[in-house]
Ligand binder design. Structure first.
Ligand SMILES: [Zn+2]
Length: 73
């Protein structure tokens, strides 16, 4: 898996849309690629803290913003 693939999969993983068969390859890449792991953890943490702060689902416009960040990373 390339870093580009990993970023695309992260997008789906964080959205809860990544097929289960892709979870392990993604996790394997994150374990071997510190840059992707750092990016993944930061993105996940950001979404978690936003969700906690709002106590509801992330608004779709924020999801779009996160998606575009991921797409351009
Ligand atoms: Zn990578």
């Amino acid at each position: 898996m390339t870093c580009e693939d990993a970023h695309l999969h992260m997008h789906d993983y964080i959205s809860g849309e990544l097929a289960r068969e892709h979870h392990k390859p993604l996790m394997d890449h994150l374990d071997s690629c510190p840059n992707c792991k750092k990016f993944f953890l930061q993105t996940q943490q950001m979404l978690t803290s936003v969700r906690n702060a709002m106590r509801q689902e992330v608004p779709s416009d924020l999801q779009d913003a996160v998606h575009s960040i991921l797409a351009n990373a």
